[in-house]
Design a binder for this molecule. Structure first.
Ligand SMILES: [Zn+2]
Length: 324
């Protein structure tokens, strides 16, 4: 169903997908997988990845009161459905500091897919560094030229256009290319600022505490958070295998599930799916809307991205998700 869902307009989606999905849901009740990234109150969140602790708690309470909640890695054939699975991507420290207490209070099972490269480093993901360098009101040279694109910086809007343009380019780049571009932006901006502690990933100790919760499953999410589709076969294998092995060494447990960085269909390839299977994973999570039925390919489980919605809007979105 979701194979062409991404290319449909909203009107066509309602006309075509909703009735089809309703029928399919009657044939085989699905699991709906939600994807979160952060539970935090941020002054600025250009990627809209953070849900405030208050909204997250209300959302989890709503789920707990209304649906069976299942683990992402479980064999869903034997679970009561329709059901919902909660997942997190990236490995931010707030997953432990803000999300875990709520998850434990309400007894919600959750799977955390962790990008290993930043664990214990105090570093931000590259998009946070770009935000720090470009967005805001500090003084910047009026113009930036990267060869593949050039941008002005004299207004807030222009800075945002530059940020979005660089994010698009860097999303498609190998880690090496991205680091080269980042160092050019750094040199150009001439700013001496430290990584923002609010955006750091977990320390190793924090990851171990998170993994120690009986409600928590840890999954892998590559080393450098690079689009697998941008990498060679050996580059993909390295990202997939190394993140699995690092996590297994760190927490002393087999890592059986994976999620693709960015996760749209264009962000990974058939080969990525094969490599994940060969690495010993049992399922992999994508990031496009859809339901998981018994016939869904286990190496691209659809997920619905959750925003910072108040609980009334969240409930309305969840109702809509079953037919998307
Ligand atoms: Zn991610």
């Amino acid at each position: 169903m979701t194979a062409f869902a991404g290319r449909l307009s909203e009107a066509a989606r309602k006309l075509v997908l909703t009735p089809i999905n309703r029928l399919l849901n009657r044939l085989d009740a699905p699991v709906l997988v939600l994807v979160y990234h952060r539970v935090a109150t941020l002054a600025s969140d250009p990627e809209m990845l953070a849900v405030t602790p208050a909204n997250f708690r209300a959302q989890m309470k709503y789920l707990k009161d209304n649906f069976p909640l299942v683990r992402f890695e479980a064999d869903w054939a034997g679970t009561p459905k329709p059901a919902i699975a909660v997942t997190f991507d990236d490995g931010y420290a707030d997953n432990l500091l803000e999300a875990l207490p709520i998850v434990e209070e309400l007894a919600v099972p959750a799977t955390f897919f962790v990008t290993t490269g930043n664990i214990g480093t105090g570093q931000e993901f590259w998009w946070h560094e770009l935000q720090r360098l470009i967005l805001g009101t500090h003084k910047l040279p009026p113009h930036f030229d990267l060869g593949t694109g050039s941008w002005g910086t004299v207004t807030e809007v222009k800075r945002r256009v530059m940020y979005d343009g660089l994010v698009r380019l860097m999303n498609d780049a190998t880690p090496r290319q991205r680091n080269e571009w980042l160092s050019r932006v750094r040199g150009w901006a001439e700013m001496e600022t430290a990584p923002n502690d609010r955006h750091r990933s977990m320390t190793l100790e924090e990851l171990r505490i998170l993994a120690g919760s009986r409600l928590v499953t840890i999954g892998a999410h590559t080393v450098s958070h690079t689009r697998l589709a941008a990498l060679s076969s050996s580059g993909q294998k390295e990202e997939i295998m190394t993140s699995k092995q690092q996590l297994e060494t760190w927490i002393g447990r087999e890592i059986r599930v994976f999620s693709y960085p960015f996760g749209r269909r264009s962000d990974y390839t058939k080969e990525s799916m094969t490599l994940c299977r060969e690495a010993g994973f049992i399922k992999a999570a994508a990031n496009f809307p859809g339901q998981a039925h018994s016939w869904t390919e286990p190496f691209q489980i659809p997920r619905h991205l959750v925003r910072d919605w108040p609980v009334e809007l969240f409930a309305e979105k969840i109702r809509g998700f079953w037919t998307r």
